[in-house]
Every structure is written in C-alpha cells, then in structure tokens.
Design a binder for this molecule. Structure first.
Ligand code: NDP
Length: 329
C-alpha cells in the first residue's frame, strides 16, 4: 500500500521534490473497527502552512517524514462498528494513504449512493469557511459594497454568492479570463482581475464610493488595492493571504495597512477550526441552499491518485484551479 509523506520542509515555493510516496504494509480489517478506502481527497492552501517550521498555532505542523492528511471522502470497506456498514461513505480528516484502519471517532456519515462530493466543498470545510467569514462575521446587508477576491476558487465562490443572497452589491475578482467568464456566467456583473497591475484603478472605477466589506483571500498587492478602496467604517474579513504563503517569514503586510485604522475599518481575521461549534448550524443553513441549487458549486477534479496530490496542491499557488480542487484516488 502507498502513502504520501512530506520528504522535506519547503522554504520557498513548494515543488514535487518536497513529497515522497512510501510503500508500507496494508492495514487489515482486524486492525480497527473500520477499514476505509479514501476515494476523494481535498487539497487546500493551509497545507503549505503546515509544512513550515512555524505553522498556525491551531494545527500540528508536519515534520519531514510525516504522512500528509486532508479532508477525505472514504468508502467503508469493512466494519465491526455498530454505526457503520461496508459501502457507507465517511467524511473526515484522514491520512493520505490508499487504505486505513480507523476507530470511527471524528468521522461523519455522508448519504449513501453517489460520492458525497458536496461534503468536501459547499457542505465541507470550504463552504463552512465562506459561511463563517461572510455570513457570520461579515454580515453583508443590502447597502454593502463587497469585494471577494479569488472568487473563482472554493471559498471565494461560495462567499460571493452568500453576499449576493444577502442583497449586497458584490464585486468579484479572479486571475484568469476563463475564471472571470465563469463568474460572469454565475451572474456577477462586476468581475475584475486581482493580478492586473491596474487592479486598484479598476476597483476605484467600479466602486467610486468605496467598499464597505472586503473578503480577503489573496493578500499582497491585491489586498493593498482593496485597502485603498475601503470606505470609512467598513470591515475587512481576513480569510486568507494566499499570495504570501510561500514568502519568507516574517511576511510583509501591505504598506497602507495603517489606513484601515485611520478610516475606522474593522479588521476581522478568523480561522475556521475556532468555530467548530457552529458547524451544525452551518449545515442546517447551507444544506437546503445546496440541495435546491441556489448555491452553485464547481469541483476541479484531478485524477491520478496519491501521486497527483503534490502537483494538484502546488497548482493552487499558481492559480491552476477553477472551483474546489479535489484529487480522486
Ligand atoms: P482557492 O480554490 O481559492 O485556490 C487558490 C486561489 O488563490 C488560486 O486559484 C488563485 O486564484 C489564487 N492565488 C494563488 N496564489 C496567488 C497569488 N500569488 N496571487 C494572487 N492570487 C493567488 O483556495 P481556497 O478557496 O481553498 O482558499 C482561498 C483562501 O481562503 C486562501 O487564502 C486560504 O488560505 C483561505 N482559507 C482560510 C480559511 C480560514 O479558516 N480562515 C480556511 C480555508 C481557506 P486566481 O487564479 O484567481 O488568482
């Protein structure tokens, strides 16, 4: 059986050299109550942060040699657990390996039948992040002018739709034309390019009265442009700063950050694991919207199993993905 490990700690850009595939003995049904076969594994930007020597405080960092892990939809191959039967779908944060023995703790049941892919995106961690940042913390209202950066990605696409559902005017940005075309197809009429050198000028042109809410996914120059465009009394939801994740630490904040203080803009950072007690409320709120199709979601499915994970993850930092990137095993 194969598993994916961190071969060495990246100090700059992540490359496939930082990963290794190991061959180990397969677990058997006798090893634990459940034997699981991971079928779909989510790759996410935070994984890069887990690889560095100073990771986030809330999640254990990976050491060289660590087996990587991620949100996974796995099939139950064999069960001695009263709550699970062979053929069930289990969702959990699981090691990246072809087969695993598990005691069942921390796993969620997904509906049987079709692969439960929604549970890895709009009803999973990325949907939860969008809901927390936008609906719970951002609380958009009809009078708001909202910017969502990286809006053709996983979190951004859901966050932008939640702001629109709340009646706000929503400006979205994406770094590639096919991504912007997809966003226009979803009905967003102001779609900008946050990678363009004149992003700030475009922003000022489409929102001359300024932004009242910035849902920040990108950081760096794009964030600086959003800061310039903030209206007094607005708020910035700091969801992520992906453009900075491969830069050496300490990372540089935008040079105009102090303007937020001068303009009385509230800066609200958050990390989803701090809000675990809200997950059930999130599911109650989002499940009907996802089931009815009111919230659109798109997967960027990469085939190729464990070996495809390194490039799939690296690609997030190059903007390869359109929608939520998931690797099929
Ligand atoms: P996405 O699906 O949005 O993929 C990442 C996207 O970021 C890329 O497609 C690309 O979009 C953009 N990007 C990557 N590198 C750069 C760069 N150097 N400059 C500009 N844009 C870049 O990923 P997620 O939806 O999973 O994550 C979005 C953000 O949300 C990230 O910052 C992530 O860290 C954060 N996050 C925060 C959580 C929290 O708890 N606070 C939890 C989960 C995610 P494009 O081509 O359009 O530029």
């Amino acid at each position: 059986m194969q598993r994916l490990t961190l071969a060495s700690r990246p100090h700059g850009s992540l490359t496939t050299e930082h990963f290794a595939i190991e061959e180990v003995a397969s677990p058997t049904a006798a090893d634990a109550a459940l034997l699981l076969r991971p079928r779909f594994i989510s790759v996410d930007p935070y994984m890069r942060t887990r690889m560095q020597a100073q990771g986030y405080g809330y999640i254990r960092r990976w050491e060289p040699g660590s087996v990587l892990s991620g949100y996974t939809a796995a099939e139950v191959v064999a069960s001695r657990h009263p709550d699970w039967a062979a053929g069930d779908w289990a969702i959990g944060h699981l090691p990246m390996q072809e087969l695993l023995a598990h005691d069942g703790n921390g796993l969620r049941h997904a509906p049987s039948g079709e692969p439960p892919l929604a549970w890895l995106h709009p009803l999973g961690m990325t949907g939860f992040t969008a809901w927390l940042g936008m609906s719970l913390l951002g609380q958009p209202r009809p009078q708001d002018c909202v910017l969502v950066s990286a809006a053709a990605g996983a979190v951004g696409s859901i966050a932008a739709q939640l702001a629109r559902e709340a009646g706000a005017r929503v400006i979205v940005s994406a770094g590639r034309e096919d991504k912007r075309a997809w966003l226009r197809g979803l009905g967003f009429d102001t779609v900008l390019d946050h990678r363009a050198p004149d992003f700030g000028e475009h922003l000022q042109r489409v929102a001359p009265e300024g932004l009242t809410l910035d849902f920040e996914n990108v950081g760096g120059r794009a964030f600086a442009a959003a800061i310039d465009a903030m209206r007094s009394g607005g708020r910035v939801i700091v969801c992520g700063l992906i453009s900075q994740y491969q830069s050496p630490r300490p990372r540089q904040a935008p040079a105009n950050l102090a303007w937020l203080g001068e303009r009385g803009v509230a800066v609200i950072p958050f990390v989803a694991p701090d809000y675990g007690d809200r997950f059930e409320a999130f599911l109650r709120d989002m499940s009907p919207r996802v089931a009815s199709g009111r919230i659109h979601w798109r997967l960027d499915m990469v085939q190729g199993g464990l070996e495809a994970i390194p490039s799939a993850l690296i690609g997030l930092f190059e903007g390869d993905n359109l929608g939520k990137r998931v690797v099929a095993l």
